[in-house]
Design a protein around this ligand. Structure first.
Ligand SMILES: Nc1nc2c(ncn2[C@@H]2O[C@H](COP(=O)(O)OP(=O)(O)OP(=O)(O)O)[C@@H](O)[C@H]2O)c(=O)[nH]1
Length: 297
């Protein structure tokens, strides 16, 4: 676990650093709130131990700044205080701190506080995984891939780049369930994701958009690129039947694709609508195919 220590008193800072390192933690120790803020922005720290009183940015201010950031990761914050009084504890908690340690610190008390921090961080991570990933396939769930699409649309607008959006829907999936059973259908979904991931580029992202429907966001794609990527996905999926206890299960996919961003524009909703429209055409035209739709903006 990576810990950031912000403490302007040199002796106390060195002592914290040495004790935490001895306990097996990776520590970055800085001498004021501004440096702590810069370090926190640049790296991922699970825990911040910050002095209350520091020049410029003090402990509670630092807490507020960190809590104001829309970050996926949670930083557990312990404030160091020589103060003793209910008012200040509450002020620290209201600013976003999770716990306190009174200076000079007692090592056993520090270890106990770290145990609590680790427990809370583990719970937070578990909740985050449950809220972000699809349990069956392991890819992002609908909310997470939609969040990503919103961010990528914003990024494409700022940087004048294009963005490819692909909606992939397995064909006649109900028939697969009906013929081979629901557990076999689950296996097919998992294998479909594995095959799609094989052809995605490093910055492409995939999420489960519905039952047997997946949304893929492919940044910096031309119309040609996005169609090629969709064809690669289609080929990868239909290449060979999926192994199951009841024998090989043939599977195919239809894809609707579009591009937005760079000169074309479009918000998340318009992009999805265009890709959906193209998907509808692919289904009507016989499935196991790719269709492209322009944005209607
Ligand atoms: N095994 C399994 N089936 C699922 C899951 N989620 C949704 N389904 C099934 O997916 C099927 C989707 O059926 P439809 O929407 O009719 O689509 P389809 O049969 O694929 O037909 P087209 O999309 O038109 O090619 C339904 O039978 C759902 O019960 C899942 O997690 N596991």
């Amino acid at each position: 676990m990576k810990i950031l220590v912000a403490e302007d008193d040199t002796t106390s800072r060195l002592l914290f650093g040495a004790t935490l390192r001895k306990l097996g933690y990776t520590v970055t120790a800085v001498e004021n709130g501004q440096k702590a803020w810069e370090a926190w922005e640049q790296d991922e720290y699970s825990l911040l131990i910050s002095d209350w009183m520091m020049p410029d940015i003090d402990g509670p201010q630092l807490c507020k700044m960190i809590r104001a950031e829309p970050s996926l990761r949670y930083t557990y914050i312990i404030l160091l205080t020589a103060l003793d009084g209910k008012g200040s504890y509450l002020e620290g908690m209201d600013a976003g701190a999770d716990d306190f340690i009174t200076k000079p610190f007692d090592e056993e008390q520090l270890v106990a506080r770290l145990r609590v921090a680790e427990r809370i961080l583990a719970l937070h991570k578990k909740l985050h995984i449950q809220a972000t990933y699809d349990r069956l396939t392991g890819v992002w769930n609908r909310a997470a891939i939609m969040d990503h699409l919103e961010k990528e649309v914003g990024r494409a607008a700022c940087q004048s780049t294009s963005i490819g959006v692909l909606v992939a829907d397995l064909d006649h999936f109900k028939r697969i369930n009906d013929a081979y059973g629901h557990p076999a259908g689950d296996t097919v979904l998992q294998e479909a994701v594995r095959r799609m991931c094989l052809v995605l580029r490093p910055h492409d992202r995939i999420g489960r958009y519905g039952g047997e429907e997946f949304l893929i966001i492919a940044p910096e794609c031309t119309e040609n690129d996005v169609v090629i990527l969709a064809e690669q996905i289609r080929n990868s999926i239909s290449r060979e039947p999926v192994d199951s206890q009841s024998g090989g299960i043939p599977m195919t996919v239809s894809l609707g694709v579009t591009i937005g961003g760079n000169q074309v524009g479009g918000d998340a909703g318009t992009l999805i609508a265009a890709a959906d429209k193209a998907l509808y055409r692919a289904k009507i035209a016989g499935r196991n195919r790719v269709e492209f739709s322009n944005l209607e903006v």
